[in-house]
Design a protein around this ligand. Structure first.
Ligand SMILES: O=CC(=O)O
Length: 326
């Protein structure tokens, strides 16, 4: 019998035809709703490979139930939705899609910064709603971006991509990261700062840090209080790096000036969430890497990893490399 692969989202036929040639492939065939947990569990119990997305919770229980499972290929660079430790114990490869989405996500992060600073979403709605009656000096006036200070928290590849864009805007670049990046400092003139100093000095605080036990609620009440009252907070990593209640408070009381958010604690965020009621928030539906080109490449990275593992080869992009040595 051919190995069985379950894809948790409807993907284009052309993207998965390679898999169909050698394996039995089944996919959740709706694009508008996520696969329900019970169906995902039942599929994991049968599957040799899963192709998953960020909103699928790949828990220890699910991985232990997957007696045939050899690989989970997550269509994202982040993998906080997966219990990697449990997978490693079960001998299951966890793969992600690094590198291929770096520039696309940096584009979106910078676009979100621009949209928030210059009130682009508000302005576009204003025109479409027929509210534009006259040109006026301060109509929808926002904040400058060029020559301002950007503080990037999480200087991985996407952080570096955002820093390159910031350099083009003549911005002063500060960063905070677990490790210093001498080459980035040299190439982009980025300056390392403690988190506290970055928060105090930046006009734009940009979160690109992965979600871990250390970064959960990194942006809390005390962090927002340290920021300038004119500061704009941009989050393009994971919702839970910010304490959303503290963020709502900081925005309402104008402790900070605005926020551009591509990610939320609960996704999809409910339409009546207090964050969505605030005029100084630009909210996007987790579309950091969502260009047609990049999404197709991400799928092909997942497909390639699955194919390799099921054919007895090493996957190319692996999150639990300890397994390769085991
Ligand atoms: O959020 C998206 C990703 O991790 O790629």
């Amino acid at each position: 019998m051919k190995p069985y692969i379950y894809l948790t989202r409807k993907l284009p036929e052309e993207a998965v035809k390679n898999l169909q040639a050698s394996f039995q492939v089944n996919m959740w065939d709706r694009d508008d709703v996520a696969v329900p947990e019970d169906i995902l569990l039942a599929e994991a119990e049968k599957a040799h490979a899963l192709l998953t997305v960020v909103s699928d919770q790949i828990t220890g229980d699910l991985l232990r139930a997957g007696k045939n499972l050899k690989v989970v290929a997550n269509m994202a660079v982040g993998f906080d939705n997966i219990d990697v430790e449990a997978a490693t114990k079960q001998g299951i490869y966890i793969c992600n899609t690094p590198d291929v989405l770096t520039e696309t996500t940096a584009d979106l992060t910078f676009a979100l910064l621009t949209a928030t600073a210059r009130r682009i979403v508000e302005a576009a709605e204003f025109v479409k709603e027929g509210n534009w009656k006259s040109w006026s000096p301060f109509l929808l006036a926002g904040q400058d971006i060029y020559n301002k200070t950007i503080g990037i928290c999480g200087m991985g590849k996407i952080g570096e991509g955002v820093a390159r864009r910031a350099k083009g805007f003549g911005m002063e670049i500060l960063y905070h990261n677990r490790t210093r990046k001498p080459e980035t400092e040299q190439e982009l003139g980025a300056r390392y700062r403690s988190l506290e100093s970055l928060l105090e000095s930046s006009d734009f605080v940009v979160s690109l840090t992965p979600l871990t036990s250390e970064t959960r609620h990194l942006f809390n009440q005390s962090a927002f209080r340290k920021m300038k009252s004119s500061a704009i907070f941009i989050n393009a990593s994971r919702g839970a790096v910010a304490d959303e209640e503290a963020l709502v408070h900081a925005l309402k009381t104008r402790e900070i000036a605005g926020a551009g958010l591509d990610v939320f604690v609960e996704e999809p965020i409910s339409a009546d969430h207090p964050l969505l009621k605030l005029p100084n928030v630009v909210a996007l539906p987790h579309i950091g890497s969502a260009s047609l080109e990049t999404r197709m490449v991400m799928i092909s990275v997942c497909v390639d990893n699955i194919e390799r593992v099921l054919k007895g080869k090493e996957p190319r992009t692996i999150v639990n490399p300890g397994l390769l040595q085991a």
